[in-house]
Design a binder for this molecule. Structure first.
Ligand code: 3NM
Ligand code: MG
Length: 539
């Protein structure tokens, strides 16, 4: 036990499991491969093992850990930890009570605890800094490793609620790792999204079992995890995610680009929107394809200038949607997420939350009701998929839009008489530990866009959904390194302008429908944003 517990590096925490080892490997050989390739702390976890074998195994693993100067933690078996003088112990909620553990192991040993809800955080805060040193936050995603899990996977948003509770309870001595179903395809996203709402705290690391223990090449597995952990930018859509200046000239450039690139905009959308969304996309120069078939998504997403509009207005099969989201994230092309009727029914709420915790979205667009609900500030249940007629103070809407933007690390758009746009992507920056940056999520800069009330917009179907088509089309026109925020703003302004002119040129809802398409077409053809009659407020 030569480790100073205040200086432990929790970034890549390996938890062992002898039941999943590939042929020809042992716990020790897998641990050693891990230690050689970036594992910073090891927990020996054996659920069915005689005491004698456990001690012998622990001694072997301990020799390795000492060689690599990495702490060894023993799961559950305080007696074994004491007997071999391990660096620490880790206990779950149904293991020995923490005050007894601390009494037995003394002040210097590392004590870790599995935490899955806010009450447990409140408890550890009441105990104070001399009891627990670190927590495993889980379970994040479904896992086959834990045989009889008593917990449900709660996704990055569940992790965030634990980080928030640590902040609220001033438990700043606690180090955190996320655990459960963590693999290379989700780790970047978890590290990126999981920051406390005040942006003061990120995870200190991730804990994995199967990704290393079950790997045919554990050294390669650890190297791959290590390289993901060491990245400082999550480049999830290969676009520039900063918040740059907006000007008519720059908007003109983006709209020109749509005509040149003919972005392929895959729509996964509700039945009512399919026809109109395809027409809107065509009118502005994009190339729509309405497909929910996961088998063809890789072909579609791999085309240059692809983008996905994911509109959950017609509740489709979750697994198909996940596959589609996964592919767009993998090829790093933008996704616009429109959580239609987010909390109108339990089914929708579950589906939307599952998708939100599964993917990384470049833009999330919602009406007032949806944005308030996503921010956790709305009525618990929406009445339908319309926006609701309640007049809500703009300051509250701005607060909600900022929350959604930061919570999901996305460009959030709240539509209404005044549209609000907030970039919460933090330019893709990702980090471990305490946050050194000063960005206060409550003060994120924003743009509002208004052209006066256009009540007729709400009297035709799919007008809100088609703003989603417009945003996806403009985002799709971008090539690697071009700015996403500017494209989202351009889409909102273009759509608003078309709506305003169409409303003035129609005689009713039928001709408004037609006029809206005409105006979108004309505005793109003439491409003179300087003349558009919308008021932008940039702050
Ligand atoms: N504890 P894998 S989940 C040991 O939620 C353990 O507390 C969890 O295994 C918790 O990395 C888990 O293979 C298993 O998914 C994690
Ligand atoms: Mg246990």
């Amino acid at each position: 036990m030569g480790i100073n517990k205040k200086e432990v590096d929790y970034s890549l925490y390996l938890v062992t499991d002898s039941t999943m080892l590939p042929e020809g490997t042992t716990v020790c050989s897998q641990v050693e491969e891990g230690l050689k390739n970036g594992v910073t702390i090891v927990q020996l976890r054996e659920k069915d093992c005689d005491t004698k074998s456990f001690v012998l195994e622990a001694r072997k693993v301990q020799r390795l850990c000492i060689q690599y100067n990495v702490p060894l933690i023993i799961n559950d078996r305080i007696d074994v930890a004491l007997a071999i003088q391990a660096d620490g112990v880790h206990v779950g909620q149904s293991d020995m009570p923490i005050p007894l553990v601390r009494e037995l192991v003394g002040p210097d040993m590392i004590v870790g605890w599995s935490v899955g809800n806010i009450e447990e955080v409140e408890q550890l805060a009441r105990w104070g800094p001399n009891m627990i040193d670190n927590i495993g936050i889980g379970m994040v995603f479904p896992t086959k490793t834990k045989k009889n899990p008593k917990k449900q996977p709660f996704g990055p948003q569940g992790v965030i609620s634990i980080l928030d509770a640590l902040e609220e309870n001033n438990a700043d001595w606690i180090k955190t790792v996320a655990i459960g179903g963590l693999h290379p395809d989700n780790i970047e996203r978890v590290l990126y999204q999981c920051r406390s709402s005040n942006n003061r705290r990120a995870l200190d690391g991730i804990a994995v079992v199967s990704d290393i223990m079950a790997a045919e090449d554990a050294g390669f597995a650890a190297t791959r995890l290590r390289s993901l952990l060491d990245r400082t930018i999550y480049n999830f859509s290969n676009l520039d995610l900063s918040t740059p200046q907006i000007s008519s000239e720059l908007i003109k450039v983006i709209i020109d680009q749509v005509s040149k690139q003919h972005p392929l905009v895959q729509h996964v959308t509700n039945k009512v929107h399919q026809n109109f969304g395809a027409n809107v996309t065509l009118a502005i120069g994009g190339s729509p394809i309405m497909s929910e078939n996961p088998d063809e998504v890789l072909d579609l997403a791999s085309v240059s200038n692809s983008a996905l509009l994911l509109n959950t207005g017609t509740v489709a099969a979750l697994n198909d949607l996940k596959k589609i989201v996964h592919v767009y994230n993998e090829v790093r092309r933008p996704i616009v997420f429109d959580p239609v009727g987010y909390s109108a029914s339990q089914t929708r709420l579950d589906l939307n939350n599952a998708l939100l915790s599964y993917g990384q979205y470049t833009c999330i667009k919602g009406n007032i009701g949806e944005i308030l609900a996503l921010a956790g500030m709305g009525v618990s249940k929406m009445r339908g998929v319309d926006s609701g007629d309640d007049v809500i103070d703009e300051a509250i809407l701005l607060k909600a839009t900022r929350r959604v933007a930061f919570k999901y690390k996305t460009i959030a758009v709240c539509t209404g008489i005044t549209d609000i746009i907030v970039n919460g992507t933090m330019s893709g920056e990702t980090q471990l530990g305490r946050n050194e940056s000063n960005t206060n999520p409550e003060l994120l800069s924003y743009i509002t866009c208004t052209s006066g009330d256009i009540p007729i917009m709400g009297r035709i179907t799919a007008s809100g959904c088609s703003l989603g088509s417009t945003i996806a089309t403009l985002l799709g026109s971008l090539s690697i390194g071009e700015n996403a925020y500017r494209a989202v703003v351009a889409a909102v302004i273009l759509y608003k302008t078309a709506g305003k002119i169409a409303a003035n040129n129609c005689t009713g809802t039928g001709s408004f429908n037609v006029a809206l398409l005409d105006e979108l077409y004309q505005l793109v053809q003439s491409n003179n944003p300087a003349s558009w009659d919308v008021t932008l407020n940039i702050s």
